[in-house]
Design a protein around this ligand. Structure first.
Ligand code: SME
Length: 163
């Protein structure tokens, strides 16, 4: 199978996310491996939009610890405790966190100083347990809005319907 990643920069976000969701579901048809799905989504979202960093922090100790991977982009920090930084806040509160300016988020963890804004979406499995958070960083301020939140939450709903 040779699937190309679409270039969705400049495409209206609602259309871009709907195209990505279709693409992801086609590629993952018959797949139930969560790491394979995370790697595939990270690659698609990262290259389709040209983000700085796109990837998952998986729950390794429920309620306590997140660990990086799979991801695309520059080196990510390895471990993040629940409650720390944007990822740990999203995990601890099981909610999407949109950060228009990372310098204004108290406790933001800097893995790459080029990151200016960020969105983190919780990833739940079928049982409603937290599997991971999906984190995206941009070199632009205010890169993410409600449409990104909706599009990404819909994309990761694949896990709640599959694993
Ligand atoms: N900025 C994140 C850390 C992860 S990196 O951005 C890849 C945070 O504050 O949780």
């Amino acid at each position: 199978m040779a699937e190309a990643i679409p270039d969705l920069r400049g495409v209206p976000k609602h259309r871009a996310y709907s195209e990505l969701k279709g693409h992801t579901e086609a590629i993952l048809d018959g797949v139930s491996d969560e790491v394979t799905a995370m790697a595939t989504m990270a690659a698609l979202v990262h290259h389709a939009f040209g983000h700085l960093w796109t990837g998952f922090y998986r729950v390794v100790v429920p309620g306590q610890l997140l660990r990086v991977g799979p991801y695309q982009g520059s080196l990510g920090c390895i471990d993040i405790a629940f409650g720390q930084g944007v990822c740990g806040t999203s995990a601890a509160e099981t909610r999407t966190v949109v950060v228009p300016d990372v310098e204004k988020f108290p406790g933001h963890i800097t893995c790459d100083s080029r990151s200016k804004s960020e969105i983190v979406v919780p990833v739940l499995n079928k049982k409603g347990n937290l599997l991971a958070v999906f984190d995206i960083d941009s070199e632009r301020l205010n890169a993410f809005d409600n449409e990104d939140q909706r599009g990404l939450e819909q994309l990761v709903s694949w896990f709640a319907s599959t694993v």
